[in-house]
Design a protein around this ligand. Structure first.
Ligand code: SF4
Length: 333
């Protein structure tokens, strides 16, 4: 199966539960950023997201409150670099105790000292390693030599130790389409459980011209779409068609809510127009109709899965053919 059965069924149960409550908008995923401290300074990362002080991290109880308040069945722990978060074992245990699924998004550099022997494998825990290309590209993007080799060593070790292990690949302007397939082939040979691909998106505060325009995204994702049957790419075929410019969706920014050390980030994972002290304020004061419509200038080049995978789900009822495709996609990964 493309996704482990319990993740798929938990997402489905959440859809049914929320629909029965009459809700049209609700979180599918919590992006939990407990700290803005990192041991790398990748060229695609906004400076404020990797230079934060450890003392300014979100306290453990605030992290767990965010998990409770969002109600999302999946929690993606990112940052910053989450393995630097001193309370990570307690955080992971607390989220698992709440029966949520975790994606621990990491550059993998500290896994041998911060994960192995401290946080055991669990069916609710996925180690999601950032890998933006083969050696030359990944070391360039992470602005340090040797990061690719360490990440690959850790991917092997995660699999050997029994962790559910995936990679997250961001595709930038310079990423050659051939390299996308080379990475897929390489990590498949390592036995990796899934490949998530995102188009590199221009965060508000980054000047560097490495990001994709809508046309660039369409060209690169046409290729991803072509190879998606051959590899365990975890994006749905409808999302890939959207990213390739073959179908249109409104955005679903409320599906992926983001808690940071600065507060709840709104309106979406990418854009921090405002940071709210409480989930209630964030949820009730964000103009969802406006952001769903994608009319803002900041939305023009965006095709992020965090905004649009939920749009695929929202629109399934319009097409029995899409329902069948999605079922086939789940079963054939
Ligand atoms: S289109 Fe992209 S940038 Fe705009 S609200 Fe949706 S996810 Fe955010």
């Amino acid at each position: 199966m493309r996704l482990p059965l319990h993740i798929a069924t938990d997402q489905l149960k959440n859809q049914v539960r929320q629909r029965l409550k009459g809700r049209r908008r609700y979180p599918y995923v919590l992006m939990l950023e407990p700290l803005y401290t990192c041991n790398l300074a990748c060229i695609g990362c906004a400076v404020e997201r990797h230079t934060g002080k450890l003392k300014d991290r979100l306290p453990l109880e605030q992290c767990l409150l965010a998990v409770d308040e969002s109600g999302a069945p999946t929690v993606s722990i990112c940052g910053g670099e989450p393995t630097i978060y001193p309370e990570l074992p307690e955080l992971v245990a607390g989220i698992i105790a709440r029966k949520r699924h975790i994606y621990l998004c990491t550059n993998a550099l500290l896994l041998d000292s911060k994960l192995f022997g401290r946080i055991p494998p669990d069916k609710r825990l996925t180690i999601n390693v950032h890998l933006d290309g083969m050696r030359e590209t990944h070391d360039y993007v992470t602005a340090r030599e040797g990061v690719f080799d360490k990440a690959v060593e850790m991917l092997r070790e995660c699999k050997r130790r029994g962790y559910h292990t995936t990679i997250n690949m961001t595709i930038f302007k310079e990423t050659e389409v051939e390299e996308i397939e080379e990475v897929c082939r390489f990590v498949s040979d390592l036995g990796i459980d899934g490949i998530l691909m995102s188009p590199g998106y221009h965060y508000e505060s980054i000047e560097r011209d490495i990001f994709l325009t809508r046309r660039d995204i369409q060209q690169k994702f046409e290729r991803v779409l072509e190879i998606s049957d051959r590899y365990r790419i975890t994006s749905t075929p409808m999302f890939l068609e959207f990213a390739a410019g073959k179908r249109e969706y409104d955005c679903s920014p409320w599906s992926t809510v983001t808690r940071t050390p600065l507060g709840w980030k709104g309106p979406c994972y990418l854009i921090g127009k405002r940071f709210y002290d409480t989930f209630e304020e964030f949820w009730s004061e964000t103009d969802w109709d406006y952001w769903e419509s994608r009319q803002d200038d900041l939305c023009q080049n965006c095709a992020m899965h965090s905004g649009f995978e939920a749009s695929v789900v929202r629109n399934l009822h319009r097409s029995p053919k899409d329902v069948l495709r999605l079922a086939r996609w789940h079963l054939t990964g």
